[in-house]
Design a protein around this ligand. Structure first.
Ligand code: COA
Length: 145
């Protein structure tokens, strides 16, 4: 089941955030990324949140800031379902372009985005920090809705 993220979901969202990401957001960053300009969705399975997406809207464009699926729930189609629903809702709200950035090494996420029609539009060199103190490129992708 997919629905809007509520204020009291953030403890669970932070748990997923820490488990799913190499360099997770802080709880503060997560909490700051909500409000009127956001379309934030969660996906629940067996009454537990297993995935979320954080998306900011500005005029007729939107940016996917974060998408994460709990590790034990990955590879079951939840990420794709959630992103497809987000895209549908953005379309209904008159958004024309959805942007995102992803680590070049994150082939799972790159496959997900490509499978939903995103195109690579730019590379940002050495954009992300890595756990071994180096830097890694970001791939900038866009989907025209
Ligand atoms: C990236 C992520 C959101 C994908 O969600 P998911 O539920 O695991 O993925 P799904 O099962 O919905 O699969 C979606 C697509 O991803 C790709 N994919 C999934 N698992 C994969 C794997 N192990 N290897 C390569 N590609 C894979 C496939 O293209 C798949 O599409 P298909 O089934 O039509 O072929 C999830 O794995 C995740 O949370 N990863 C950690 C956090 C992250 O990297 N977030 C994205 C950057 S912000």
């Amino acid at each position: 089941m997919i629905s809007l993220v509520q204020e009291n979901d953030f403890d669970r969202l932070f748990e997923i955030e820490q488990q799913a990401h190499l360099v997770p957001w802080t709880k503060g960053t997560l909490l700051n990324n909500q409000g009127e300009r956001y379309l934030n969705l969660k996906l629940s399975a067996d009454n537990q949140i297993v995935a979320f997406a954080i998306c900011q809207k500005v005029l007729d464009e939107a940016t996917l800031f974060n998408i994460a699926v709990a590790p034990q729930a990955q590879g079951k189609g939840y990420g794709k379902q959630l992103l497809a629903e987000l895209i549908e809702q953005l379309k209904q709200q008159g958004i024309l372009t959805l942007w995102l950035e992803v680590r070049q090494s994150n082939s799972t996420a790159l496959n997900l985005y490509t499978s939903l029609g995103f195109n690579e539009v730019d590379i940002r060199k050495n954009y992300y920090p890595t756990t071994d103190g180096k830097r890694e490129n970001a791939v900038v992708m866009a989907l025209y809705l």
